[in-house]
Design a binder for this molecule. Structure first.
Ligand SMILES: Nc1nc2c(c(=O)[nH]1)N[C@H]1C(S)=C(S)[C@@H](COP(=O)(O)O)O[C@H]1N2
Ligand SMILES: [Mo]
Length: 304
């Protein structure tokens, strides 16, 4: 007889039951129950969920006042109160490592060389809230192509400014500073991955990661690192802040996935900021038709 080992992440009957109920409710909401489609099938086929889910923009006042930016405090309203101490001019971003032409771009160079366009993306936090934001950004792959990755480049590591004078949260040991994030090179080169320079038609407010941040819309918000000063192409998977702090809770991949719960709460639903009722979380945050192929053959309950 085969003895199956329990998956430490999703091996809990109570959780499985509630995920199942959520799935059923969602399938009903999509009007697909009668067609006998299972949820993963419906989601991975793409299209349908977006057509039935209104994506109204989150009001600017919420985008500006409900933030995660631990360099300025751990409360949601701390960044709006404290981030004025960040000086975003002059600013430069070094792009280095496994590249043929390492370069340092001044923030004005970035605006000129890569004029940003508006992209409305959902941002879904691991804490089960979400927002819909009109970003001003450009594809990260334009910048990476500019420096010409070597054949050894496999991952991309991003680093936030380290300056406890400007970032009071860095005077406390809440996280190991500076904040670091990483992507696999193919994720970084995906056309949905952008460097954002602004939102709602203007340069980024400090609390949202001025003057330049990453936005990876199919991953939990913590991957979208703010106030970037260095982008390094590397051979090995980078050591990333949240993965180091709590590896069981925050994996390297951090793909939005309603079927893989956080160890302490369900990821099946989310609260859109400004709304009262919770809504079902979509596979890859609703971008499955565009990004699911990046993870073909990977066990996403292990690579969470
Ligand atoms: N440097 C840095 N980047 C960060 C964070 C942070 O604490 N420090 N928080 C992350 C998390 S958890 C989320 S959900 C998003 C929030 O982005 P927003 O405040 O613009 O909505 O930023 C991400 N980027
Ligand atoms: Mo988050």
């Amino acid at each position: 007889m085969l003895i199956r080992r329990r998956d430490p992440i999703s091996g809990n009957e109570i959780t499985d039951e509630s995920v199942y109920l959520n799935r059923r409710r969602f399938v009903e909401a999509l009007g697909l129950a009668g067609l006998g489609l299972t949820l993963p099938g419906a989601l991975w086929a793409g299209g349908a969920p977006r057509a039935t889910q209104a994506d109204e923009l989150t009001p600017l006042e919420d985008v500006l006042s409900y933030n995660n930016f631990y360099e300025f405090g751990t409360g949601k309203d701390d960044p709006a109160k404290n981030a004025h101490t960040l000086r975003t001019r002059p600013w430069s971003v070094a792009v280095e490592g496994e590249v043929h032409e390492p370069r340092t771009y001044g923030i004005e160079d970035l605006w000129q060389r890569f004029p940003p366009e508006e992209r409305v993306y959902r941002l879904r936090c691991v804490e089960a809230w979400s927002m819909v934001i009109p970003w001003l950004g450009f594809p990260l792959r334009d910048l990476l192509s500019d420096v010409r990755p070597t054949s050894q480049a496999t991952y991309v590591e991003f680093t936030t400014l380290l300056d406890p004078e400007q970032m009071p949260g860095q005077r406390r040991g809440i996280l190991p500073w500076p904040y670091v994030e990483g992507l696999r090179l193919d994720e970084a080169m995906h056309p949905l991955t952008i460097l954002a320079l602004g939102l709602y038609g203007k340069a980024l407010p400090n609390q949202n990661g001025a003057p330049v941040r990453l936005v990876v819309p199919w991953k939990y918000g913590f991957k979208s690192i703010k106030s970037i000063v260095r982008i390094r192409l590397v051979r090995d998977q980078p050591t990333t802040t949240w993965n180091v702090v709590a590896p069981r809770e925050y994996g390297f991949y951090a793909n939005v996935n309603p079927t893989v719960d956080h160890p302490r709460w369900s990821q099946a639903r989310e609260r859109r900021i400004g709304e009262l009722r919770r809504r079902p979380t979509l596979m890859f945050n609703g971008y499955a038709d565009q990004v699911a192929s990046l993870y073909a053959g990977m066990d996403l309950s292990r690579n969470y």
